[in-house]
Design a protein around this ligand. Structure first.
Ligand code: TXA
Ligand code: MG
Length: 324
């Protein structure tokens, strides 16, 4: 997969920035997934994002910034550990949820008193943000509930003739959405697992971090269990034994796909074999799911990833793709 962003001329960035200034949407590459960007201070533009995605109005958006210094323009009561994380991990795949400043639109925060912010680590996103000189909301550039796009082609696949201007920055390097941490008081909590782990946050921030599963009472807006789902039915299975038992029991005309780390099982029509390390697997994950989803299969068998923290983000997305 080509992860090197093609060089976009400054004039293309400037055209995107004038679109954004007019209140129009522009799909931009980030290191995680492509985002559907709009001016975070323009109510109409924000509403357009919800409409185009088909996203319910109670799912808040993330504000993307050009640099960590801008955080205090959007958020209040920033704990010291959150400042340390911003310094260490930004630009990068980390989103901080903090109390919002009064001017921040409640349309974008879905009525909440908190705002989610991050500085994306992609040259095209950073060039766009710097030139725009303001915050951009950017949810993943997919229809609500569908797989996030990790290439410009996948954005077109999502929106068809409704696709806005797309800045093609190549394939996303990280491949799954940012880690989201609520930084409200002395006990930060991970609201969405990603490639930055609780362990990394604890080491750098010198603070205990609750992870999903450890904090059952937290309601995470937007974290419906069918999120990130392909249209094809997916089934999570652990190990080659479970896969071969499934295939033994299945009727012979069932068209089966496989996504995982084992060699392609026999009896499977189409397979996507991921590389063994978490970073490479994350990078390949959504393109792999999209490829299988296009193949007209009846079911996609998905291998359960290992249980350690480095795989937490991938595990979370696969569990969601496979539904409850
Ligand atoms: O990597 C990413 O984060 C990508 C790229 C494009 O930056 N963006 C992304 O945005 O994944 P979206 O809208 O698809 O997911 C944002 C998540 C949602 O689950 C939403 O509920 C949560 O962030 N969120 C936003 N604001 C929040 C808040 N104030 N409190 C809690 N969760 C919030
Ligand atoms: Mg999304």
């Amino acid at each position: 997969m080509n992860a090197t962003p093609p060089d976009l001329p400054q004039s293309t960035i400037e055209r995107a920035v004038s679109e954004l200034s007019l209140g129009h949407l522009v799909a931009i590459p980030t290191e995680t997934v492509y985002g559907l960007a709009a001016d975070a201070t323009n109510e109409q533009a924000i509403s357009q994002v919800f409409v185009l995605k088909g996203r319910p109005p109670d799912r808040p958006l993330i504000v993307h910034l050009a640099a960590a210094e801008q955080l205090s323009e959007w958020a209040l009561d920033i704990p010291e550990y959150a400042r340390v994380w911003a310094d260490e991990f930004w630009p990068g795949p980390l989103t901080l949820v903090l109390p919002k400043k009064a001017h921040v639109s409640t349309t974008l925060t879905a009525g909440q008193s908190t705002v989610a912010c991050r500085v994306p680590n992609h040259p095209v996103a950073l060039a766009t943000l710097t030139s725009f000189d303001g915050g951009l909301v950017a949810p993943s550039a997919n229809r609500y509930g569908h797989i996030s796009p990790t290439t410009a082609e996948a954005v077109h696949e999502e929106f068809g003739n409704q696709t806005p201007m797309v800045l093609d920055g190549g394939a996303c390097e990280v491949g799954i959405e940012s880690t989201i941490v609520a930084c409200l008081g002395s006990k930060p909590e991970i609201l969405r697992a990603g490639m930055i782990t609780a362990e990394q946050l604890e080491t750098v921030g010198g603070v205990r971090v609750n992870s999903p599963g450890m904090a059952p009472n937290i309601v995470v807006p937007g974290q419906v269990s069918t999120h990130y789902a392909p249209r094809t039915r997916c089934q999570l299975l652990a190990g080659p034994q479970a896969v071969s038992s499934f295939l033994d029991a299945a009727s012979s005309d069932l068209r089966v796909g496989y996504l995982g780390w084992q060699p392609a099982p026999s009896g499977v029509e189409k397979s996507v074999i991921l590389e063994a390390c978490p970073a490479a697997s994350a990078r390949q994950l959504y393109a792999g799911l999209r490829e299988l989803d296009r193949a007209g299969l009846d079911v996609i068998l998905v291998e359960s990833p290992p249980s350690d923290q480095a795989w937490a983000g991938i595990r979370d997305r696969l569990q969601r793709a496979c539904g409850p």
